[in-house]
Design a protein around this ligand. Structure first.
Ligand SMILES: Nc1nc2c(c(=O)[nH]1)N[C@H]1C(S)=C(S)[C@@H](COP(=O)(O)OP(=O)(O)OC[C@H]3O[C@@H](n4cnc5c(N)ncnc54)[C@H](O)[C@@H]3O)O[C@H]1N2
Ligand code: MOO
Length: 408
């Protein structure tokens, strides 16, 4: 089976439904999509309060106060922030007040401490405050009952600030997808262990676990499963209970030991198309197990696995989370290198994109080989070369995806 990139992406997204929302503790919802309209239960501020450390007064008592002609008032008490018993300021008196403390009845202005001698028993004031000076009014920010957040927004630090301020400890949000990452291959060893000739360290499970976590998922990196049919199936069925999505790498091309494909083909619920792209031609996607959990079987070559994540899995994760848009931010920039591209396949070329006063400048990094991790580590972008294009030259405009940017 052959598919274009767009056909395969469409086939993937058709099988993925957003996860049902549930109520979660506030901090857990960072980066998640809010699934309720939130109306404020209280006003902000909840009461008139002081914007400054100083003295609550009746402004009329200070008419004419100046450096040359200060006015002294007796200080009747102290109001710290958090005080709930109301005080009263009567004519001809002052009360010391701290920032955020409730305004005492009778007072109509706050004199900042800088306009005074700072006295605790009596205070000498050398400037006249206008009525209302340094008072933060009840409800001037948010009115009780007002709609403060609409469902569909992605929750970030600023939105969490507001939710906490109006008293919400939990909100309805679409949860993080739980993603299981499995590497297959007899040649694979854990980083930190000793390699024999012919063995390599498993990097793909780290790439994919990190990429999925960055996309907002909770990740279980299972690590390495040897090319053994029973072990692979046992691992998979063990892991399915905690997965909203499974990713495997390796074992999907035409090798004699391509276990993943051999085993999963038998389920009949997973397609193994050749997708017209480079890298990332051998793809697998379908559903597995009682809950029809989506599973991606990515090619083992490290760059192919990573590019496949960006092209297919990141959009799938964003759909599970209900987050639009599915794609990375893409920009057009000026190419600084020449390269060729296979006809009929969409090529994703590792590149370094930087911005100067003329716009985005795009330089390719490393070679085209799907095993070249050095160049990939220096890339921050992928040049997207359309199927019909067979080469690009320095000076041409190119579309790139910025790999460190969220699209908004
Ligand atoms: N005769 C053909 N051979 C290959 C074809 C083809 O069409 N005909 N396609 C090539 C392409 S394109 C790709 S991509 C790979 C896909 O291979 P598999 O998915 O079967 O993966 P493996 O054979 O297991 O591994 C390929 C390569 O990647 C290394 N690898 C695997 N897993 C990891 C890992 N977890 N961390 C780091 N590196 C890993 C593995 O050692 C191999 O070098 O097939 C081509 N062959
Ligand atoms: O298509 Mo493979 O994924 O290029 O190296």
């Amino acid at each position: 089976m052959r598919r274009s990139v767009d056909e395969h992406l469409q086939a993937v997204l058709e099988r993925i439904a957003p996860l049902p929302p549930f109520e979660q503790p506030l901090l857990e919802t960072l980066g998640l999509v809010l699934c309720e309209d939130v109306d404020a239960a209280i006003s902000l501020p909840g009461f008139d309060n002081s914007a400054m450390d100083g003295y609550a007064v009746q402004a009329a008592d200070l008419a004419g106060a100046s450096e040359d002609d200060p006015i002294t008032l007796p200080v009747m008490g102290d109001i710290a922030a958090g005080r709930s018993r109301p005080l009263v300021v009567t004519q001809g008196t002052a009360t010391r007040i701290m920032t955020g403390a409730p305004m005492p009845r009778g007072a109509d202005a706050v004199v900042p401490v800088e306009w005074t001698d700072g006295g605790a028993v009596s205070v000498r004031i050398h400037r006249q405050p206008p009525v209302g000076n340094s008072i933060r009014r009840a409800a001037e920010d948010i009115r009780a009952g007002e709609r403060v957040l609409d469902q569909g927004v992605t929750l970030g630090p600023r939105q969490l600030a507001l939710l906490a301020a109006v008293g919400r400890s939990r909100v309805m949000a679409r949860p993080r997808p739980r993603v299981v990452v499995i590497s297959t291959g007899a040649e694979l060893r854990e980083p930190g262990s000793k390699l024999e000739h012919g063995q390599i360290y498993d990097s793909n499970s780290y790439t994919l676990a990190a990429a999925a976590r960055q996309a907002g998922a909770i990740v279980y990196r299972v690590g390495i499963v040897a090319d053994d049919e029973k072990q692979f199936l046992d691992t998979l069925s063990d892991q399915l209970v905690r997965a909203d999505l499974v990713i495997t790498t390796g074992g999907v091309s035409k090798g004699a030991y391509d276990v993943v494909k051999e085993v999963l083909r038998k389920t009949g619920t997973i397609d193994f198309p050749e997708v017209d792209m480079q890298p990332g031609k051998p793809q697998g996607f379908g559903v597995i197990g009682e809950d029809s959990t989506p599973i991606f079987t990515l090619p083992g070559n490290p760059v192919s696995a990573y590019v496949s994540f960006e092209v297919f899995i990141r959009p799938a994760l964003r759909k599970l989370m209900g987050r639009l848009p599915y794609r990375r931010q893409s920009v057009t920039g000026v190419l600084l290198d020449d390269f060729s591209s296979p006809k009929g396949r969409r090529q994703f070329v590792r590149a370094a994109a930087s911005r100067n006063e003329d716009g985005w400048m795009i330089r390719t990094v490393g070679g085209h080989g799907s095993h070249l991790l050095g160049g990939m580590s220096r890339a921050n972008a992928l040049i997207v070369v359309p199927e019909e294009v067979t080469g690009m030259r320095s000076g041409e405009n190119a579309e790139v995806w910025l790999l460190d940017e969220e699209a908004s």
